[in-house]
Design a protein around this ligand. Structure first.
Ligand code: LLP
Length: 419
């Protein structure tokens, strides 16, 4: 359920805010999020887990603006970070370091130092060398680094290959067969404290069974480690629960929670979750304006003022995002491609889509754009990044302003010409 609904006059609203009005005030394109939807999604995820000791760490790669992160902090959520920049944002938004887990295969020395210094909950270790470096850096800083090993359980999440992460061929995690040896090594390291075990198998999963297969494989590993005398507190199950973009029927968080609780019975570990998409995906949209219609012998193109620089998912994964006009149209429909202004043929938001007949000036919403939308936006073609608007009931705030041309060149310099 989300808050982007047509009112009686057929105008698309976000909660009680009419989106055409926002477009008139902030210009296009812009991202718009509903705080009410976010609240409901957090509740839906948390409720089934109420009876079990856990900490949800929002995967902020899905959406990392400070306003949304501050809301997560208020709701008691932590963060899953994958860079120094994300750690900086999480702390700035008020998420305590003790609720932050740090994943990612390429943590730099500076990032490791920063995370150790801040006192994060744990590093999710992705390779043997990373473990050695973290041990060394913790020693240099006179601290103990809390770690879990991200185990690659080799289960097929049955999702797009670019967002599948828990199979043998993926760069992520440490092979489940090799992880016992790594845990034994970690135990010998003076500056490492083993606090958990972690896995994340992929994103946009629409079936529960891969999650459960992963837990079953980890259960066997946990027994082995315990038999070797190792004690730890956390079982981090990553994120990955899918959402409906079109006709998908992902499990409801209720079913997911219940299945996980059943699967972890008897393990006696505090669960860590790293959901991203399921919390924010359907809490946000991208609003864009039709610049031109272009009819070629083969196709009709609707050229809009947002493209792959604002939302790269269609170009990168052929992802489907529903398109809705801001003013409901009952007339005829036509098959068209919705494309952006970028000089790339992959710059499309929708292909061969049945849409109401759109004209220059019309406004449309690209739905389900709250996750991996703005965070993956770029300045390609020197396009300023769009603003982000947060709606709370009948009020809205611009939480990130539109970039200016000055922003685009800030930090650049031209060296004095020699000779
Ligand atoms: N934890 C880890 C370690 C991850 O790598 C990810 C996502 C998550 C949690 C959150 O997964 P979620 O709950 O959002 O599925 N850009 C792609 C998605 C990439 C996901 C990468 N990792 C997309 O737009 O579909």
């Amino acid at each position: 359920m989300h808050d982007f609904i047509y009112d009686k006059e057929g105008r698309l609203c976000c909660a009680d805010v009419e989106l055409e009005k926002v477009a008139a005030e902030v210009g296009t394109p812009f991202y718009c999020y509903s705080l009410g939807t976010l609240k409901r999604h957090i509740q839906a995820f948390e409720e089934p887990l109420e009876g079990i000791e856990h900490q949800t760490c929002f995967a902020m790669k899905a959406n990392s603006n400070l306003a949304i992160l501050a809301f997560m902090a208020k709701k008691g959520l932590g963060a899953d970070v994958v860079s120094g920049g994300e750690l900086y944002r999480a702390l700035k938004a008020g998420i305590p370091a003790s609720k932050i887990v740090y994943s990612g295969v390429g943590k730099t020395t500076a990032e490791i130092d920063m995370a150790i210094g801040e006192g994060i909950m744990m590093f999710n270790i992705e390779s043997e060398q990373e473990l050695e470096v973290i041990d060394e850096r913790a020693g240099a800083l006179g601290k103990k680094a809390p770690i879990s090993i991200r185990v690659n359980p080799d289960v097929d999440p049955q999702t797009h290959p670019y967002i599948s992460t828990g199979m043998k061929d993926n760069k992520f995690g440490i092979d489940i067969e090799a992880s016992t040896r790594q845990y034994l090594r970690a135990r010998q390291m003076k500056n490492i404290e083993i606090v958990g075990i972690d896995c994340h198998i992929g994103s946009q999963l629409t079936d529960i069974s891969p999650f459960i297969d992963a837990v079953d494989r980890l259960r066997a590993l946990i027994s082995t480690l315990r038999a070797a005398g190792m004690n730890f507190r956390y079982l981090d199950l990553g994120g990955g629960l899918g959402i409906t973009y079109s006709t998908e029927h992902p499990p409801h968080p209720r079913e997911y929670g219940a299945a996980i609780i059943e699967a972890v019975k008897g393990l006696d570990l505090k669960l860590i979750f790293e959901p991203g998409r399921v919390i924010v995906g359907n809490a946000g949209i991208l609003v864009t304006r039709v610049l031109y219609r272009k009819e070629t012998p083969n196709k009709t193109f609707i050229i809009v003022d947002a493209g792959m620089s604002e939302l790269i998912r269609p170009a990168l994964y052929h992802a489907f995002h529903d398109i809705k006009p801001l003013s409901l149209k009952h007339g005829p429909t036509e098959k068209a491609d919705v494309v952006g202004p970028i000089c790339e043929s992959s710059d499309f938001l929708a292909k061969d889509r049945d849409l109401p007949v759109l004209s220059r000036g019309d406004l449309i919403a690209v739905m389900s754009a709250g996750a991996y939308g703005f965070t993956m936006a770029s300045n390609y073609n020197s396009r300023p990044k769009p603003p982000e608007v947060l709606v709370d009931g009948s009020r809205y705030s611009v939480v990130i302003r539109r970039q200016s041309y000055e922003d685009l060149v800030s930090g650049e310099s031209i060296p004095e010409a020699r000779g």
